[in-house]
Design a protein around this ligand. Structure first.
Ligand code: ADP
Ligand code: MG
Length: 387
């Protein structure tokens, strides 16, 4: 049975009414890492791993929410927005409901059943998938008329304020606006976006999950942000406020300033400036169907993140080092904030199983951990399923 059929069945058993079924994707980011807060572009795609919700109005102020995967059930009073200590998953829904209320939009109390196949906590954004599905369902059920960009902003705010995760808008934007066989180039500042074709031919997108999450993530993230701010302040002072963000700084300005910048800040700036240029030429590669060139840029991003931005870790580097010279591997890099999570790879289909067998054995020997693999295809954004 498909996941949406299972949640529908459970919904009918529990509530004896026909629910609306909504699907919303997890996401990958092909290139454009750590540039969102530097005024640059990101290049995500929605994937075929999704969150699913069945949703319908409740007869009173009390909604019953069920997580099929966690086998948990909770009752929620729609008059109160207080985080539920022992139902963390429900807070992702509650935070979204609260944002509608904060916008003065009235949401009818609802029952829901949810499930999904986005791996949780691996960097494929299961949280944004869940929140986007709920937001889309609420918007439809109550005829509130928000467009997908407004929903993405609402979801981001829900995650920032209710969950307390200071994420950018990429994940929810990709989940809501993804398009099959395409990547989405998003300007995180203006929210301008453009689709580029992703014709993978005999290749596939494959993720290798290190299974680790070093707890440097948050502290180092804040350090990178302030180093970038230091760099930007320098260029704005030196060049009379001619740039608004680090991504706009020409490489020549940087090179001419080597002696005046702290060497670490210099490296951080170099990564950001190069990455922003890389993403622009990577999009040209896609338009021209030059997948090999695109892949090389992904690997170059990894090298930048590793040596200049210094947000990689030995597990991620190991996975990239083992693969990048393989002729069947077009590109390989760490994905996401760093210090753990997945690598994203473009690999020739027929070589995937063999490479994984070899890689997982070596990974277990060297790192003492199991390696997981997820093979994904691109998918459309949030949609209602007629099931
Ligand atoms: P990710 O990188 O996958 O987004 P997060 O820690 O941001 O990781 O979000 C994961 C959380 O989202 C889970 O701990 C859970 O509370 C909620 N969640 C996501 N998918 C599901 C699901 N299928 N069922 C229940 N809760 C889910
Ligand atoms: Mg998340």
């Amino acid at each position: 049975m498909m996941i949406y059929e299972e949640i529908k069945k459970l919904f009918l058993e529990e509530f004896q009414q026909e629910p609306m079924l909504v699907r919303s994707s997890g996401r990958v980011n092909l290139i454009g890492e750590h540039v969102d807060y530097n005024g640059g572009f990101v290049l995500p795609a929605a994937i075929d791993k999704s969150a699913y919700v069945a949703i319908a109005p409740a007869e009173s102020q009390i909604g019953k929410w069920i997580s099929m995967d966690l086998k948990k059930k909770t009752e929620v009073d729609f008059g109160v927005f207080k985080p539920l200590a022992d139902h963390r998953w429900a807070n992702y829904i509650l935070g979204v409901v609260e944002q509608f209320a904060k916008r003065g939009l009235s949401v009818k109390p609802f029952h829901c059943v949810m499930s999904g196949d986005v791996p949780i906590g691996s960097g494929l954004s299961s949280s944004a998938a869940l929140e986007s599905a709920i937001a889309f369902g609420i918007n439809e059920m109550n005829n509130l008329g928000l467009d997908r960009t407004a929903l993405a902003q609402l979801v981001q705010q829900a995650e920032n304020e209710f969950i307390g995760v200071k994420c950018g808008i990429m994940d929810m934007f990709a989940s809501l606006r993804g398009k099959e066989n395409h990547v989405l180039r998003l300007d995180c500042e203006t929210l301008d976006y453009q689709y580029f074709p992703l014709s993978l031919g005999d290749c596939k997108i494959v993720l290798f999950d290190t299974g680790v999450k070093h707890n440097l993530v948050d502290s180092e993230y804040n350090v990178r942000r302030s180093q970038c701010e230091e760099g930007l302040a320098f260029f704005r002072k030196k060049f009379d406020n001619a740039v608004q963000n680090l991504s706009q700084v020409p490489l020549a300005w940087l090179q001419a300033s080597r002696s005046q910048l702290n060497p670490v800040v210099y490296n951080r700036c170099q990564y950001v400036i190069e990455e922003n240029q890389r993403i622009l030429s990577a999009c040209e590669d896609l338009q021209a169907g030059r997948l090999e060139d695109f892949g090389i840029k992904m690997t170059a991003t990894h090298e930048g993140l590793r040596h200049l931005y210094e947000v990689s870790c030995q597990e991620l580097d190991f996975l990239v080092d083992e693969l990048w010279h393989e002729s069947a591997v077009l590109g390989s890099r760490m994905m996401g904030g760093g210090f753990g999570g997945c690598t994203i790879n473009i690999i020739k289909m027929e070589a995937i199983d063999g490479l994984f067998a070899k890689l997982s054995t070596r990974y277990e020997q060297k790192m003492g951990k199991k390696l997981k693999m997820y093979s994904v295809v691109t998918a459309n954004g949030t949609e209602i399923i007629n099931g």
